[in-house]
Write a protein that binds this ligand. Structure first.
Ligand code: ASP
Ligand code: MG
Length: 467
């Protein structure tokens, strides 16, 4: 029975945090015979590494100062976690080698004046390589056998640097071969999140925030019983607690609900991240390192309808609602195709689309910063129709927000939409457009951005009231 536990940047962000994390690892070993730990870089370190690389490419030697910070953060952790002695010296020297390597790579980037995705991965992957060595050493100091393992030995990926995809066959074989013997002798492998390597052993990364993905990948490779993601909040919340004071943890969510929440801007796991767990029916638990007795949220393949109808409300701000309208659009095929063709050429992803039959209009949302170029692109695409007055105008309403209500139990439950809209109406918020997710487990509405908090609160009162 294997448990994979991932600890994010704040859970390994200081000596104190790592101590707490080590405590959680040891506690988990009381109930789980085999535990694999996946760790992120100390919080802020990946950003620091990337900053060093990027400024070097722009001709600035910022990395010299950053290298110092890098060294200080890790040395401080080591000093807080290990007593003075041989092991501490050895580890500090190892950290120094990484710091030197960071500076050397940045210097190379500066000289070349070029930063390839491959070089970015070589540089940005160093944070995890340092954090796991410290955590593993601390576990050993506590008497728990542990070994730092670079995921470049386990996770085989394609060579799409910066956003690599694992090749699961080879990954499974290598993970089994490398980790099983460790687990069999009661040691805890402490594995880098975020990182993989190509077939020819060149380091890749899985994309920002990729450590969650690493945990799910290892969960699949080892056929883990569960995967736990340790973070700094009590699981997935019913709303953004900064906007809604009554927000609370959602105990159980389905994979689909998570996907919908992530798509509509909630800070939850990326759907790609959890796919290895989804496909292998591995429950995924989100827990708080700083409040470990809280059960957190468990993400399971399906939830029954009894499990609450409206589960969560989320919002995306800084959007623009673009509308194309005109009487000459009636029954003319191809308008929608041409509209979204023009948007796609701008490489912009559309979050929500509605078409009103009476008004002869199509509207959709895009990020506010691309609003002007998209409107210009559409005016160009429909120049002829605009001249002929088949299309009256293309215009943007901004800033707007999309408020999305998620809950698989809303499917096939009549009256929910009505209750939602009247709650929002009673809060004095005007709804500009509405769309129901094709999955039927979400309903979205567009409101003026200043109304976001009022709309979220009004909807959240329905969750609190037991819907
Ligand atoms: N350290 C990486 C990042 O900051 C990966 C992770 O934290 O999940 O993106
Ligand atoms: Mg993270």
């Amino acid at each position: 029975m294997t448990l994979v536990m991932k600890f994010g940047g704040t859970s390994v962000g200081s000596a104190e945090a790592m101590e707490r994390t080590a405590g959680l690892v040891r506690r988990s070993l009381e109930t789980w015979p085999q535990v694999v730990v996946v760790a992120s870089a100390m919080n802020g370190i990946t950003d620091l590494l990337l900053q060093g690389a990027r400024t070097a490419a722009a001709g600035q030697a910022t990395y010299q100062e950053l290298a110092q910070t890098l060294q200080e953060r890790h040395h401080q952790a080591i000093e807080g976690l290990l007593p003075a002695g041989e092991e501490r010296e050895r580890l500090a020297a190892e950290i120094d080698r990484f710091v030197d390597r960071f500076a050397a790579l940045c210097r190379a980037v500066l000289v070349l004046g070029e930063l390839t995705p491959r070089a970015l991965d070589a540089i940005s992957s160093m944070g995890e390589q340092m954090s796991i060595r410290i955590l593993a050493a601390h576990l050993r100091y506590l008497g728990q056998p542990a070994e730092a393992v670079d995921a470049s030995e386990l996770v085989v990926t394609d060579n799409n640097f910066q956003s690599a995809t694992p090749l699961m066959g080879q990954t499974t074989a290598q993970t089994e071969a490398r980790l099983r013997p460790l687990l069999a002798r009661g040691a805890v492998p402490v594995v880098t999140g975020f990182i993989g390597a190509t077939v020819s052993r060149v380091t890749t990364t899985l994309g920002r925030g990729g450590s969650d993905y690493s945990a799910a990948i290892l969960g699949q490779a080892l056929q883990a019983k569960e995967v736990w993601i340790w973070t700094d909040v009590d699981g997935v919340m019913t709303a953004d607690p900064r906007l809604v004071a009554e927000a609370r943890t959602i105990p159980v969510l389905s994979y689909r609900e998570v996907a919908e929440l992530a798509y509509y801007g909630a800070k939850v796991l990326h759907p790609k991240t959890i796919r290895p767990c989804v496909e292998n029916n591995i429950p995924l638990r989100i827990k708080n390192t700083f409040n470990p007795n809280h059960p957190g949220t468990v993400i399971v393949p399906e939830v029954g309808e009894s499990n609450g109808k409206i589960k969560a409300v989320t919002a995306i701000k800084k959007l623009s609602l673009i509308t194309i309208e005109g009487k000459g659009m009636i029954g003319v095929p191809g308008i929608a195709a041409r509209t979204f063709g023009a948007v796609a050429r701008g490489r912009v992803s559309v979050l929500l689309i509605t078409q009103a039959s009476s008004e002869q209009s199509i509207c959709f949302t895009v990020p506010e910063e691309v609003s002007d170029p998209i409107v210009a692109g559409l005016e160009e695409e429909f120049a002829v129709e605009l001249r002929r007055r088949d299309i009256d105008r293309v215009w943007a309403e901004r800033p707007v927000a999309i408020i999305t209500v998620v809950g698989a139990g809303m499917r096939g439950t009549p009256g929910i939409a009505g209750r939602l809209f009247s709650a929002v109406g009673q809060a004095g918020v005007n709804i500009i457009a509405i769309a129901q997710g094709s999955s039927e487990c979400s309903v979205s509405m567009v409101v003026a951005e200043p109304d976001t908090a009022a709309a979220e609160k009004a909807i959240h009162s329905l969750i609190v009231n037991g819907d």
